[in-house]
Design a binder for this molecule. Structure first.
Ligand code: FMN
Ligand code: SF4
Length: 545
């Protein structure tokens, strides 16, 4: 991280920021020219290397992706479902192969066959009706049941309920509200499970005339679509959480960093913001002003990591920062910044409305409240479910999910860095942070991607390492080199019959785990080690001991 670059990037404030300027300059051709990048660099007083380094990082601005017209989802769920080839084959009737790119992931894991065209997402049987001029209307949004008796899936009853709750909430003191959040014992839903109250308190304790609340809506985990659901279907709950965070910590700017792979979410959240602005409920209420801004991401998984996300908004190459200082002390433009996940922020609505005590009575001693869980298309009832923390995984899989459509050998739970849970462990786990961790897995964002019996585990591991290598930010050597070498070893074992030295591979995984700077490189060994433990017999053929 460069303090100096952060200051320079922040000179013009968030409304005229380097990141969007670079992105806008790519709009007409798909990748900005050297001249445009130099001009922007001069204006922001940074070097050409900075603007080039940024634009060459993202899928939506890098020159390799220039000229792409349509993108096929290459996430884990579409891979396991085996739908990508059919989608690509049909699209090749309409486009040259070099015009077809990839995106990971479009959040359509409940029905697969996902693709992105002309700023919109399609999935399921949409591909059967595809035409260049009149692409089909996407006909299914979310399959699955949503328990209406819940925190996250209960909407505000119209704008009037939202504005009444805002008024009531802002009439309380920030200290009183912080106390409520702390008493609820809510922990972050973005993966790390950090207590929300402590994070907000840390930011509140900083003295600064400018602070930021960032909603991390870069949900990049293949298999996860819960943030997409909340942004598209419960935008007021997400915005409510940000407003309360701003009021408690003393921040007056709220930024939603929403992935460009979710175009509908960007539109819907902007409409909700517009209604809030029109109603003027946030203009000098009790001395508090709060202004929102959406920043559309440009296609890079690592930007979900909170410090890479901050660098991204600053228009720097989105490399992970070392901590301390933590974002709450020195975040966006070096100012105190809270970064919270969409689901964490959306939970605040229920906590304030029903009370901390109600929330903290739900769940287990250390994992409170409810959790959204995403089931992919291998379930008889795929889709999104809200369950109480501590619920039996078996109930989710067999009662809500209705069991599997085809024989499944394992589920990857919690995204690409989450564990590979063999079906034999389903009865052992409950849906909470501790149960998963104590059995050697990770709850993460709780998305479930099924690995069918017919899908070779070695191919799944290769897919994971390829993903990790492609998405590595490159800041630290263990991950930058290790994920690439890991992918090469797996690839060559599959395609060139070169057996992998078992101890060498274990060394590589241990180095990644122990020496990586962030949980990207540090986390990828977990699913690989799970698979090597639980699927040793299947994988033995690819290793020499
Ligand atoms: C590689 C990587 C990717 C991540 N992706 C996301 C993401 O897409 N969304 C998210 O909220 N958090 C993601 N995180 C976690 C964030 O760094 C951060 O912990 C989180 O946004 C904090 O919010 P919370 O306290 O509400 O969970 C990711 C972390 C890593 C290491
Ligand atoms: S572990 Fe990977 S993603 Fe994380 S800082 Fe290192 S290179 Fe970047």
């Amino acid at each position: 991280m460069s303090k100096n670059l952060s200051e320079l990037s922040g000179r013009k404030g968030i409304d005229d920021n380097l990141f969007e300027r670079i992105g806008n300059s790519a709009q007409s051709t798909g990748s900005p020219s050297q001249e445009e990048l130099s001009k922007i660099a001069d204006e922001f007083l940074v070097g050409n290397a900075n603007t080039f380094g940024t634009s060459s990082f993202y899928d939506f601005t890098k020159s390799e992706n220039k000229g792409k017209k349509i993108y096929v989802c290459n996430g884990s769920a579409c891979l396991c479902a085996g739908t990508q080839k059919n989608v690509s084959d049909i699209l090749e009737n309409h486009f040259k192969s070099e015009e077809i790119g990839h995106m990971t992931c479009l959040g359509r894991c409940y029905e697969n066959s996902a693709f992105h065209y002309n700023g919109k997402n399609y999935s399921g049987r949409d591909i059967d009706n595809f035409s260049v001029n009149t692409p089909p209307k996407s006909f299914s949004k979310y399959v699955g049941n949503i328990d209406s008796n819940s925190f996250l899936t209960t909407p505000f009853e119209g704008f009037s309920e939202f504005s009444a709750l805002i008024k009531k909430t802002l009439s309380r003191s920030p200290e009183d509200l912080l106390d409520e959040i702390k008493k609820s014992q809510i922990r972050g839903r973005g993966g790390a499970g950090f207590p929300m109250g402590l994070k907000w308190e840390s930011c509140k304790n900083e003295t600064s005339s400018q602070k930021f609340i960032i909603c991390n809506a870069d949900e990049g985990d293949p298999g996860a679509f819960s943030d997409r659901f909340l942004l598209e279907e419960r935008p007021y709950s997400v915005l409510f959480g940000m407003i309360v965070a701003g009021y408690i910590t003393g921040a007056n700017r709220g930024i939603l960093y929403i992935r460009a792979e979710y175009p509908e979410a960007v539109e819907i959240v902007q409409q909700a913001i517009d209604s809030i602005v029109k109603s003027a409920i946030l203009t000098n209420t009790n001395g508090f002003n709060f202004v929102f801004k959406i920043i559309k991401a440009k296609g890079a998984y690592i930007c979900g990591e909170e410090t890479a996300l901050i660098n991204s908004i600053e228009g720097q190459r989105p490399e992970v920062r070392t901590r301390p200082p933590f974002p709450t002390q020195m975040g966006l433009f070096n100012k105190p910044t809270v970064v919270n996940n969409v689901e964490t922020l959306a939970s605040v609505h229920g906590i304030i409305k029903k009370g901390a005590e109600f929330f903290s009575k739900l769940g287990t001693p250390k994992s409170k409240g409810t959790k959204l869980v995403c089931l992919d298309s291998f379930f008889n009832n795929p889709g999104l479910y809200e369950v109480e923390m501590g619920s039996q995984l078996s109930d989710l899989v067999f009662k809500l999910g209705g069991g599997f459509k085809t024989p499944i050998k394992a589920m990857q739970i919690g995204g690409p860095l989450g564990g590979i849970v063999p079906v034999s462990m389903i009865n052992e786990l409950t849906i909470d942070f501790e149960s998963f961790a104590s059995h050697g897995f990770l709850l993460g964002h709780a998305s479930i991607v099924c690995i069918p019996e017919s899908f070779p585990m070695i191919n799944y591991l290769e897919h994971l390492m390829e993903f990790a290598a492609y998405e590595s930010c490159g800041k630290c050597f263990p991950c930058r080199l290790g994920t690439k070498r890991g992918h090469e070893l797996l690839h060559s074992a599959i395609h060139e019959n070169n057996k992998i030295e078992h101890s060498l591979f274990q060394d590589l995984l241990n180095t990644l785990q122990q020496a990586s700077l962030c949980a990207h490189g540090g986390g990828i060994p977990l699913p690989i080690k799970n698979a090597m433990y639980y699927f040793e017999n299947e994988l033995n053929a690819y290793f020499k001991k």
